[in-house]
Design a protein around this ligand. Structure first.
Ligand code: XMP
Length: 513
C-alpha cells in the first residue's frame, strides 16, 4: 500500500500556521506536505494531491505584494479548503468580496451556524467557540457559494461550494482553542474529499522499512547515537530494516545525565541486539576540558574531541557507505531543502580516505516530532528515551559554570536527577519543555546541623516552550520546588543552597552557557 497515495498539500501563505495544519491533517491519518504558494497550478498537479489546504497568512489580500496563487489551481478538480487568509483568497479569486471591518477579531469568538452548518460543520453546536485572528473578512461570498456560518464581525465565517469543491473558514480549525476544529478538518478530508486515512503508525513504519532496504541494499550503515529521541528512533527503524548491516556508535562523553549511557547500551545492545561500538571517552573529555572556563572554548573543545572520537570508532567499521541521521520534517522545511535528499556528508576520517563520502539515510525526514515519538513507541523503545527532553550536544559541560571536573559532573548529575524525578512525580514533565539543574562556580555560607557550611548552590531551570526559540520560566508549584530543594541539599554532598531561575528567553537563553 502506498501510504502517501492520499496526500494533502498545505499551501503556505505564512509559516506560522502551515506546520500546525499539516500536523492536524496527519492526526486525521492523511499524509500532508507543506508547499510554497509560488508553485504554479501545473506544479501542484504534478504532486498529485487528493486535497489542498490554503493556510492563513499575515497579509491582506489587498496589500501590495500579497501572496496570491495561480488561479488555474481552482480548475484542477481537487477540493480546496481555505483557512483565514486562505479563505479570503478563495473568495477574492472567485468573484466574492473581501472587505476591511471596523474592527478585527482576535482570540476566542462565537461562531453561529446557518441551517446546520453545511458539510464541514454538520453535527456541531449551533453556537460554538472558535479562534480568530483577522482584520479583513469575506463580506460577500462568490456566486454559487453558500455561507454556512457567521460571527459578529464576519458575515461569511464559513462557506462551501460542493460543485467546485471550494471550502473556506475564517477561523483557525488547527488551533486547540477552536472547540470543533479537528472535526472540521476531518470532515473536509472524509466527506468533501472521500479520503479514508492511510497514514497510520504501522503503515509509516512498514513503508520506512521498505524504503531503507531499497536504499541500502546489501551495503552497511553507521549511526551515531546521542541518547536523544531522534537518533534513537532513526537507529531503531534502520535496525528493523537491515539488522546487522547497521552499526551504531555511542560516544559516552562522561557529560551525560545520570544513568543515560547505561540506558542507551541496555536498550540498543542488550534489548534490541544492535551492533554497538560503545566508546567510554569520559577521561579524554575531562582531560580536554582541564582549565577551560570560557563557554565557547568549552563547546569547541567538546565538539572537536567528539568528532575525533567518533571518527576513531567509525574507522573500526569496514566499508560503511551509509550514514543514518535523525533529520526531521521541520528541519527539512526550514532549510528549504525539500527536494535535496541526496546530500552527501563529508567526513575527513582518520584512517579512511580523505574523500570518503557517505550517502545519508534519513528515515524521519517526513515526520514531525510527535510522530517520531509515536514511531519510537511502536518500535518498542522505552518511555525514558522516547519522551526524553532535548539535551544539548555538549551535555552537562555547558551546565557547569567554570571548569568541568568529574566531581562536579557527579554533583550535577544527582541534583539534575532529583529535579527531573520530582517533576515527573508531580505529573508535570509533559508540560515542561526542559527541566534541569545548573552548577555555578560560586560558593556560599550556610548552616547544617550546628555546622557552618561553605558549599555550592544548585540552580533549578525549568522552561515551557514550543520550539526553543522563545521560552518562559515554568510556574512550578512551590511545594514541588520545596521538595526538590530539600532533597538536593540532603542528598547531594557539597550543596547547601538551591535557587530557581525565573528568566524567560529572551533575554536569557535556556542553557546557562
Ligand atoms: P539556548 O540555550 O540557546 O538553547 O536557549 C536552545 C535549545 O538548544 C539546546 N542546545 C543545544 N542542542 N547542541 C544541541 O544539540 C548544542 O550545542 C546546544 N546548545 C543548546 C538547548 O538545550 C535548548 O533546548
Amino acid at each position: 500500500m502506498d501510504i502517501t497515495s492520499e496526500k494533502v498539500l498545505v499551501v503556505d501563505f505564512g509559516a506560522q500556521y502551515a506546520q500546525l495544519i499539516a500536523r492536524r491533517v496527519r492526526e486525521a491519518k492523511v499524509y500532508s506536505e507543506i508547499v510554497s504558494s509560488s508553485l504554479s497550478a501545473a506544479e501542484i498537479a504534478e504532486r498529485k494531491p487528493s486535497a489542498i489546504i490554503f493556510s492563513g497568512g499575515p497579509a491582506s489580500v489587498h496589500a501590495e505584494g500579497a501572496k496570491l496563487i495561480d488561479p488555474a489551481v481552482y480548475d484542477l478538480g481537487v477540493p480546496i479548503l481555505g483557512i483565514c487568509y486562505g479563505a479570503q483568497l478563495i473568495a477574492q479569486q472567485n468573484g466574492g468580496r473581501v472587505g476591511r471591518n471596523d474592527r478585527g477579531e482576535y482570540g476566542r469568538t462565537t461562531l453561529r451556524l446557518n441551517e446546520g452548518g453545511g458539510m464541514l460543520l454538520a453535527g456541531t453546536p449551533e453556537e460554538q467557540s472558535v479562534w480568530m485572528s483577522h482584520f479583513d473578512a469575506v463580506v460577500e461570498a462568490p456566486p454559487g457559494v453558500t455561507a454556512t456560518a457567521s460571527t459578529a464581525d464576519a458575515p461569511v465565517a464559513a462557506f462551501e461550494d460542493h460543485q467546485r469543491g471550494l471550502f473556506g473558514v475564517q477561523f483557525h480549525p488547527e488551533v486547540m482553542h477552536t472547540t470543533h476544529g479537528q472535526q472540521v478538518i476531518e470532515r473536509f478530508l472524509r466527506e468533501a474529499c472521500g479520503l479514508h486515512g492511510t497514514w497510520t503508525m504501522r503503515s509509516i513504519i512498514d513503508t520506512a522499512v521498505d524504503q531503507i532496504r531499497a536504499q541500502v541494499g546489501d551495503g552497511t550503515a553507521l549511526c551515531g547515537l546521542s541518547g536523544g529521541v531522534d537518533s534513537a528512533v532513526a537507529a531503531a527503524l534502520v535496525h528493523r530494516a537491515i539488522g546487522d548491516q547497521l552499526t551504531c556508535v555511542f560516544v559516552d562523553t562522561g557529560l551525560m545525565r545520570l544513568n543515560e549511557g547505561e540506558q542507551v547500551v541496555e536498550t540498543f545492545e542488550r534489548n534490541f541486539g544492535v551492533r554497538l561500538i560503545h566508546v567510554e571517552a569520559g577521561d579524554r573529555f575531562f582531560a580536554a576540558l582541564a582549565g577551560v572556563t570560557e563557554p565557547e572554548a568549552k563547546r569547541r573543545a567538546i565538539g572537536e574531541l567528539f568528532i575525533r572520537v567518533f571518527e576513531d570508532a567509525e574507522a573500526q567499521v569496514e566499508g560503511a557507505q551509509f550514514l543514518v541521521q535523525g533529520t526531521l520534517y521541520p528541519d527539512v522545511i526550514e532549510s528549504g531543502s525539500e527536494h535535496a535528499s541526496t546530500i552527501k556528508s563529508h567526513h575527513n576520517v582518520g584512517g579512511l580516505p580523505d574523500d570518503m563520502e557517505f550517502a545519508l539515510v534519513e528515515p524521519l525526514r517526513s515526520l514531525f516530532k510527535d510522530e517520531v515519538r509515536a514511531v519510537g513507541h511502536e518500535l518498542g523503545l522505552p518511555d525514558e528515551i522516547v519522551q526524553r527532553q532535548p539535551f544539548p550536544g555538549p551535555g552537562l559541560g555547558v551546565r557547569i559554570i567554570g571548569e568541568v571536573t568529574p566531581e562536579k559532573v557527579e554533583t550535577l548529575q544527582y541534583a539534575d536527577f532529583i529535579v527531573r524525578e520530582e517533576l515527573a512525580k508531580a505529573g508535570l514533565e509533559r508540560e515542561i519543555w526542559q527541566s534541569f539543574a545548573v552548577l555555578p562556580d560560586i560558593r556560599s555560607v550556610g548552616v547544617m546541623g550546628d555546622e557552618r557550611t561553605y558549599g555550592y548552590p544548585i540552580i533549578i531551570r525549568a522552561v515551557t516552550s514550543e520550539d526553543a526559540m522563545t521560552a518562559d520560566w515554568a510556574r512550578i508549584p512551590y511545594e514541588v520546588l520545596e521538595t526538590m530543594s530539600s532533597r538536593i541539599i540532603n542528598e547531594v554532598a557539597g550543596v547547601n543552597r538551591v535557587a530557581y531561575d525565573i528568566t524567560s528567553k529572551p533575554p536569557g537563553t535556556i542553557e546557562w552557557e
